[in-house]
Design a protein around this ligand. Structure first.
Ligand SMILES: NC(=O)C1=CN([C@@H]2O[C@H](COP(=O)(O)OP(=O)(O)OC[C@H]3O[C@@H](n4cnc5c(N)ncnc54)[C@H](OP(=O)(O)O)[C@@H]3O)[C@@H](O)[C@H]2O)C=CC1
Ligand SMILES: O=C(O)C1=N[C@H](C(=O)O)C[C@H](O)C1
Length: 247
């Protein structure tokens, strides 16, 4: 496949390497801010040949990313995080026309952790549940996309998940309510990414944790995901589909 990468940051470079080390062809980066030596999918250079798009850029670029996918009817992996509800709906809508994966985390490990958390939450309903994520100081969105996905999974697996209130960080004076899930974002240095779901009860604590030690597994996972989408019908697919994780 000829793959275009949206983004020009740290992850985009890793994805380029993963594409080069696969059987696919790296076409170029699409620079979010339009500077530097990048491919231009619009205007006079709109004859750039590509048959897949991987997006690790900025959430504000989602319209461009989806437009480029729809224009050529090629699969799109949206690995960028931080989208608004409205933007997420646009991604759903695009999936009516082209094959799309929206993945907040493309590592194998986190996708397995998602399964473990679903299972654990069913068994640990009466524990206090808190989610903690840690990332580098360049990260702009909080909580992380992965933490938001973990929160969704926790809520889905509590009988009365919709009755729970999400508390983002804490300050001031008040006891923890019974039906509350705390979500906490730590930022510092060059932490690649760490996610922990804590289940606490009087006298016992269970922690389910994933720690990323490099970014390579994100980019390798992204290439695997776009390869999976090749030749698929329009629709919304997931990393569970890519990794063959059955319900
Ligand atoms: N799904 C997954 O597994 C993973 C997802 N991610 C996500 O991928 C995305 C990119 O991460 P990363 O490479 O670390 O981030 P970087 O900050 O290194 O790169 C982001 C890119 O977006 C550009 N950008 C920044 N601000 C704006 C803006 N306001 N408008 C348009 N473009 C902008 C940057 O340009 P410039 O360099 O000029 O600032 C850069 O090209 C993030 O959303 C992150 O959460 C990251 C890792 C794994
Ligand atoms: O910005 C990052 O770096 C990461 N972002 C993703 C997220 O928001 O969950 C995935 C990973 O944790 C790294």
């Amino acid at each position: 496949m000829k793959i275009v990468v949206y983004g020009a940051g740290v992850m985009a470079q890793y994805v380029k390497e993963s594409i080069i080390n696969s059987k696919n062809e790296f076409v170029g980066f699409v620079d979010p801010l339009g500077k530097g030596d990048f491919v231009n999918l619009k205007g006079e250079n709109s004859n750039v040949e590509y048959d897949a798009i991987i997006d690790f850029s900025h959430f504000s670029l989602i319209d461009d990313v989806l437009e480029a996918g729809i224009a050529k009817k090629v699969p799109v992996l949206v690995a960028t995080t931080g989208h608004t509800e409205e933007q997420l709906k646009k991604i759903e809508k695009a999936a009516e026309l082209i094959p799309v994966i929206k993945a907040t985390n493309t590592s194998l490990g986190v996708n397995i952790v998602n399964e473990i958390v679903a299972f654990a939450t069913k068994l640990l309903k009466d524990f206090d549940i808190e989610i903690v994520e840690k990332h580098h100081n360049r990260k702009i969105d909080a909580p992380s996309g992965t933490a938001s996905t973990l929160l969704e999974i926790v809520k889905e697996n509590l009988n009365d998940g919709n009755d729970y209130r999400t508390v983002y960080g804490r300050e001031g004076y008040s006891k923890r309510a019974e039906k509350e899930i705390g979500v906490h974002a730590i930022r510092g240095g060059n932490i690649v990414g760490e996610h922990t779901v804590i289940y606490a009860k009087n006298d016992e604590i269970i922690e389910i944790k994933h720690e990323a030690l490099s970014r390579k597994m994100f980019s390798d996972g992204a290439v695997k995901a776009i390869e999976f989408l090749s030749g698929k019908n329009a629709g919304k697919y997931t990393m569970r589909d890519v990794l063959g994780i059955n319900k």
